[in-house]
Design a protein around this ligand. Structure first.
Ligand code: NAD
Length: 355
């Protein structure tokens, strides 16, 4: 199976590439623009594999993407390229509209054209898998879970741009007969995550003796999934999912933000007691809430379990321990990022006007 993975130099895309490259029968072309969020070092374990290929390209560049499709002749597309950080979408939504909506539109148009050129046998194999987020469903109260039928109610520029892309994918399936599948996943964590996101930020702040900024009362709830479990879910969906279907992917691990930071604190107390204060309260820096901060996300995982037989294999406790250990063991990966790209400053506070 020849797969184009977009955004394969990012956090989740690189996990997908790592899990597929080297496996007999697969060939991967990773198309990535290499934005601030990308890191080719996340792919160093597979970059020499003969079945792994990389093209630095913007998914909005239609002519170039068309050329890559014509040369590689994919059997499938796994579309992960996106601007992905909610706080950055508050500061600068234009890039989110451009990549997440216009970029997805461009990719769909190229895929549609390419699909039309295939033989009926090749058409039967082809699929376009769009990777999205549970944030498109909006915010839950204390009760309830997102199912695949939950109406969309995105509330941040990021989630609105992802919802827009989901609707485009679905429309290209219905209108043009492009064989599409959409999956909506909860928050991911694990190795190689850019340190603007809560879990790596908390680990690295604690390792540097800095407090961890916690938005509002710290009681916003997310469901957390270990990134390698997400990669396995995506391969399962690609190979076993029904054309035209939608799948919600979750980790059965709802946690408050404070609970997440507490878990990291507990692991560090065990692994590196000399780096953390005695008292958990001394680690927390309560800061003004994120504008429009959704209160709770939670996934009903029934469809993935019952229809595709997929379940996460990491508990949150195991996953967070492995993640903390990975950051302890991989200073060479994150030190240059903190030095050259992002040193932990607060983003998304509505300080500037529109660009
Ligand atoms: P990421 O920010 O780590 O990586 C995104 C990648 O896309 C980067 O390598 C970047 O260079 C690339 N990219 C951005 N704009 C591009 C463009 N115009 N052309 C080509 N490449 C471009 O993101 P991630 O956390 O790995 O998320 C991957 C996908 O999964 C996204 O679509 C995101 O919406 C979705 N998702 C993420 C999470 C999560 O918790 N991180 C949860 C659910 C869904």
């Amino acid at each position: 199976m020849k797969i184009i993975v977009t955004g394969g130099a990012g956090f989740i895309g690189s996990a997908v590439c790592r899990s597929v490259a080297g496996v007999k029968g697969y060939k991967v072309l990773n198309i990535d623009k290499l934005t601030y969020a990308a890191d080719v070092r996340s792919l160093s374990s597979i970059s020499q594999q003969p079945n792994y290929h990389f093209a630095k390209q913007d998914i909005c560049n239609k002519a170039a993407i068309k050329q890559l499709f014509a040369e590689f002749k994919p059997d499938a597309v796994m579309h992960l390229a996106a601007e992905s950080h909610v706080d950055r979408s508050i500061d600068g939504p234009a890039e989110f509209v451009q990549t997440n909506i216009v970029g997805t539109f461009t990719l769909l148009e190229v895929a549609r054209d390419y699909f039309e050129s295939l033989s009926s046998e090749q058409k039967g194999r082809f699929r376009f898998h769009h990777i999205s987020t549970d944030e498109v469903y909006g915010s839950l109260g204390e009760e309830g879970l997102f199912t695949e039928e939950t109406p969309y109610a995105p509330r941040s520029p990021y989630s609105a741009s992802k919802a827009g892309s989901d609707h485009l994918v679905s429309a290209w399936g219905h209108t043009y007969g492009l064989p599409v599948i959409i999956s909506n996943c909860s928050n991911n964590y694990g190795p190689f995550q850019f340190p603007e996101k809560l879990i790596p930020l908390a680990i690295l702040n604690m390792l540097h003796g800095r407090k961890v900024p916690v938005y509002g009362d710290g009681l916003n709830i997310r469901d957390w999934l270990y990134v390698e479990d997400h990669a396995s879910a995506l391969i399962t969906i690609l190979t076993k999912g029904k054309i035209g279907a939608k799948y919600n992917v979750g980790g059965n691990s709802e946690r408050t933000n404070l609970g997440v930071v507490r878990s990291i604190f507990d692991v560090l107390c065990d692994l590196r007691p000399e780096t953390v204060p005695r008292d958990f309260d001394d680690v927390i820096d309560p800061v003004a809430d994120r504008p429009g901060h959704d209160r709770r996300y939670a996934i009903d995982p029934t469809k993935m379990r019952d229809e595709l037989g997929w379940q996460p294999t990491h508990s949150f406790e195991d996953g967070i321990r492995q993640t903390v250990q990975w950051y302890l063991d991989n200073r060479d990966w994150w030190m240059p990022i903190l030095k050259n790209k992002y040193s932990g400053e607060r983003l998304g506070q509505l300080t500037g006007g529109a660009a």
